[in-house]
Design a protein around this ligand. Sequence first.
Ligand SMILES: Cc1cc2nc3c(=O)[nH]c(=O)nc-3n(C[C@H](O)[C@H](O)[C@H](O)COP(=O)(O)OP(=O)(O)OC[C@H]3O[C@@H](n4cnc5c(N)ncnc54)[C@H](O)[C@@H]3O)c2cc1C
Length: 398
Amino acid sequence: MSRISTDVAVIGGGVIGLAIALRLRADGREVVVIEPNEPGSGASYGNAGTIADYAVLPVGTPAVLRNLLPLLLDADSPLSIRTSALPTLFPWLARFAWESLPHRYRDNTRRIAELLSDAPAAWREFAAEIGASDLLSTRGCLYLYKTQKAFRVAATDIALRRSYGVAQQLLSPDEVLRLEPRLPPVEGGGLFFPGAINLIDPGETMRRLSAKVHQAGVTLIQASAQRIVRQPGGTRIIAAPFEVRARTAVISAGARSQKLAAQIGDRVRLDTERGYHLEFDMDEPPIERPVCPTERGFYFCPMHGRLRVAGLVELGGLTAPATPRLVQKLTANARGIFPNLGEPSRTWLGFRPSMPDSVPVIRPSRGGRDVILAFGHGHIGLTLAPRTARLVSALITS
Ligand SMILES: Cc1cc2nc3c(=O)[nH]c(=O)nc-3n(C[C@H](O)[C@H](O)[C@H](O)COP(=O)(O)OP(=O)(O)OC[C@H]3O[C@@H](n4cnc5c(N)ncnc54)[C@H](O)[C@@H]3O)c2cc1C
């Protein structure tokens, strides 16, 4: 075993762990990141790339709770479940149902809105710091409503977002086409979020972030953390062939954080919402900004040299392979808007680290500040990475 000693060991080098490592290094800490794969190659690579200041609503809402069964069973719904995973998922689902009750939903929305309040500004600063400002596009984000009824149903969500100060503009069907002329007409119109930013290449953004972390003097060790143990003066992390001794350990292993947290006594109801993307290589994507056909639960994302189609939620754990039916469904849904898309150039399955209340866990371990938990960012981990890094840094330095 090679022994390494450091101030802070960050377990997991996704966007959350890397952003934390960079922040702590800027604060003058000695930092080691433990990551078995290419840093940033998990969920942080394959997402829709939106810095979503508008995403204040949790996944679990009273409306989702009322329609949960049809949503899970309807083949056209953006939500699905692998029935073989039902027994394991049951505790998470039960908690999700509870968190979807009106009073919990309101409270969860408030907590998410608070975290998101400065997300675009924080990302601009972060992108400048990691040399990725050229990868930000500031053309906002567009929701589409297929029918007038769908638009009317969205009124409550729109009002709630407005109450949290989210900038949003209602668009008539004609205004949607003026903004994105290559879309087919939509009867229900659209909702434009002018403050949203999108990354034109999340993978390249992660490469630059990782390079910056390395350049800042953080040690990256390629290993998987198997065990965390508390000991006098800090923690010991077994990550064969390494043993890392750190005054503070940060658990930021995305969807795989639950077992590590349990080892130090924190029982956290983390699971995964599996998500997919398809990419269609092309020089000029047909849209200028992320566009979400709301009833289908995915985004068209214009990216460098390709159109990415990202979304869906599949409850089904971390080990099962991609479900071919969902890849086909996403392809068919994408072609429902742009019929000439052809075959995807590549497909991807990733694992959102998801809490039943959609609120990330960013706090010290119940057993003490020698371990900090920073995971469970669900659908908004990319958006919240700079903010999470600041919060973790404040927890460690205070
Ligand atoms: C289809 C899809 C679309 C999305 N769209 C958006 C979006 O538009 N905007 C947005 O803000 N968010 C979006 N998200 C969510 C976002 O991608 C995630 O919330 C975010 O990437 C989580 O970052 P993370 O660092 O926690 O996890 P990850 O990126 O998954 O990183 C976790 C890392 O921990 C490592 N690890 C695991 N176990 C161990 C261990 N034992 N020891 C050491 N390391 C370990 C893994 O190898 C991995 O690299 C989307 C997600 C998906 C799937």
